[in-house]
Design a protein around this ligand. Structure first.
Ligand code: ADP
Ligand code: MG
Length: 544
């Protein structure tokens, strides 16, 4: 990806603002490309940059050299000719930029090198090479926790497979589907059907073009047919007519509305339209099974026995090691013909991965020596998640940039870790079910009133009051205890069971997340937001 795209990317933070500043002095950030992206308009700020030579200035109004003194206004506004009035973005753009190409640190970037994944990549290639020999590769299941490089490796292998198949002109195609997005049988089959219809149509269009050319040459010079597969012009005309009819017949599947078996048979016909080996990559396959069961996999895995011309092979990728427990045994054995495990990265491996990316992403010497090891160490604690490591590094760079530091240091990594952790908490809390939110709110109210070692009974009492306040169902204390355990597992509260001697046992807990931010997220929920002034009635409970 080039610098251009990097600067106009989706990011709204510092780097992404370069285009807003294009009327000012050129800066490193807008040096490339941006200056020719829009016609120069004259706004009042252009007066401050009248020495931009590439600006086609109307001499009557704006072409004044501001060093001349014949215009009073100039003399007033620019009494010091080196004074460039500072705009909103000037400070942010001054100083050396830290990033060379920030896109390289985003999840959407596919690296060309994947250190520490050679074994897995070779295993995949060894299985998939059959496709290039016209044989059907075994189905593959890939497992590993998030951020262990599954998607990146699979995409890398699929690019290599397709480019090699083009090189040797063997009919092999790879289709990648992310089942977190495409999460029902209908959508998976429709997406596949439409992709194959598209490749079929492209193929038909290019064949037709060739045959029509041949047709026109041959009508003048029948000898042209001698070198072709066609006996005579009629034969050629038949072929052209058949292709035209095929092209007309292929109807795209709408995104909803057809019965599933029609979608399936459309997909089936589209794949079988010509001879080829097709590898279907189903990424996040566990999400598909969780959401819509294993019908899709069942249907796909038994297709080969019915296809005449083509063969399909399935590569499933799962973050959940246990997801095959939910599969029909036939699907399970068919899908798991080959299994490849992606183990978590350790801190040293994460360092290598980060170092490779940092070399392209940052300006030379933009990082102190401890930045990469620290990012790697933090991410190693997060089950060896390379995505987390890259996020940390990028966020650290952004925070450094925002504070106008010259160079990214350990401090920025720690700030980045806090920021990412807080973002995670906010997201988890925001998506909690209402009942859990009420329980959590009760804990927060107690904590804000200085209660330490909060016990379940105390939480339950406040919880009941809150439920009455917003007309929510009141769960039993037992259920509330369960919800507290869930909050504990999510790392939002920290609960321990304590023995009260002959009074039995109780849970005591405290909040593990920042009070203010968490409370704000809870109150942004429309139902909890209705709670007005919770403070007094909590207070009242302590007073009496
Ligand atoms: P998964 O699919 O297992 O959740 P990804 O393949 O999406 O993980 O990897 C997460 C991020 O880490 C991506 O940005 C990816 O490019 C990067 N990454 C993972 N493994 C490597 C590696 N070995 N080398 C370079 N980058 C990697
Ligand atoms: Mg993935």
């Amino acid at each position: 990806m080039d610098e251009d795209t990097a600067n106009t990317g989706d990011d709204s933070s510092v780097g992404g603002n370069a285009s807003s500043t294009r009327t000012d002095e050129p800066t490193p950030a807008d040096a490339d490309g941006l200056t020719d992206t829009e016609p120069t308009e004259f706004t009042s700020t252009d007066a401050t940059s009248a020495d931009d030579t590439d600006v086609d200035v109307d001499p009557e109004n704006y072409g004044r050299d501001r060093s001349t003194t014949d215009v009073d206004l100039d003399g007033m506004v620019f009494d010091d000719e080196t004074d460039d009035s500072k705009g909103l973005f000037d400070d942010l753009l001054s100083g050396e930029p830290i990033f060379e190409n920030k896109e390289v640190l985003r999840p959407s970037y596919t690296p060309h090198e994947l250190p520490h994944r050679n074994d897995q990549i070779n295993q995949m290639a060894t299985i998939l090479v059959s496709a290039l020999r016209g044989e059907t590769p075994s189905n593959i299941l890939i497992y590993g926790k998030t951020g262990t490089g599954k998607t990146a490796s699979a995409k890398f292998v699929s690019q290599e497979l397709e480019s090699t198949s083009q090189k040797y002109d063997v009919p092999c195609e790879v289709e990648y589907i992310n089942c977190e997005v495409t999460d029902t049988q209908y959508r998976v089959l429709a997406q596949l059907a439409n992709k194959f219809i598209e490749t079929n149509q492209d193929r038909i269009a290019s064949d037709l073009e060739r045959y029509r050319d041949l047709r026109s040459t041959a009508s003048d010079d029948p000898a042209a047919l001698d070198r072709s597969a066609f006996a005579d012009l009629d034969d050629l005309d038949d072929r052209i007519a058949t292709l035209e009819a095929d092209a007309d017949e292929m109807e795209e599947v709408p995104m909803t509305g057809w019965p599933t078996d029609r979608v399936y048979s459309t997909f089936f016909d589209a794949v079988d339209y010509r001879e080829r080996v097709v590898v279907i990559m189903l990424d996040e396959i566990d999400k598909l099974v969780e959401k819509s069961g294993d019908d899709t996999l069942y249907n796909l895995s038994r297709m080969n026995s019915e296809l005449d011309n083509s063969r399909i092979s399935i590569m499933g990728i799962s973050n959940d090691l246990k997801f095959t427990d939910f599969l029909d045994p036939r699907v399970k054995s068919s899908l798991g013909e080959e299994e490849i495990v992606f183990p978590p990265y350790d801190a040293n491996q994460l360092r290598d991965i980060l170092q490779h990316r940092a070399d392209i992403a940052f300006k030379a010497d933009a990082l102190t020596d401890d930045v990469i090891p620290l990012c790697a160490a933090f991410a190693a604690q997060e089950h060896g998640d390379a995505r987390r490591a890259l996020d940390l590094l990028r966020t650290a760079g952004e925070l450094a940039e925002r504070s106008q530091a010259e160079i990214v240091g350990e401090k920025h990594v720690r700030q980045a870790q806090d920021k990412i952790e807080l973002d995670r908490v906010v997201e988890v809390v925001r998506t909690l079910p209402t009942q859990s939110k009420i329980v959590l709110f009760a804990v927060i109210l107690l904590e804000k009133n200085g209660v330490h070692n909060i016990n379940t009974g105390e939480v339950f009492n406040i919880y009941k009051r809150l439920c009455e306040e917003i007309d929510a169902d009141v769960l039993t204390q037992r259920r509330v205890t369960d919800l507290i355990s869930e909050l504990d597992m999510l790392g939002i509260v920290n609960a321990v069971v304590v023995s009260k001697g002959r009074y039995g046992r109780t849970k005591e807990m405290g909040l593990s997340v920042p009070v203010e931010e968490t409370e704000a997220v809870l109150l942004s929920d429309s139902r909890l937001g209705d709670i007005e002034n919770a403070q007094p009635f909590v207070q009242a409970r302590f007073d009496n």
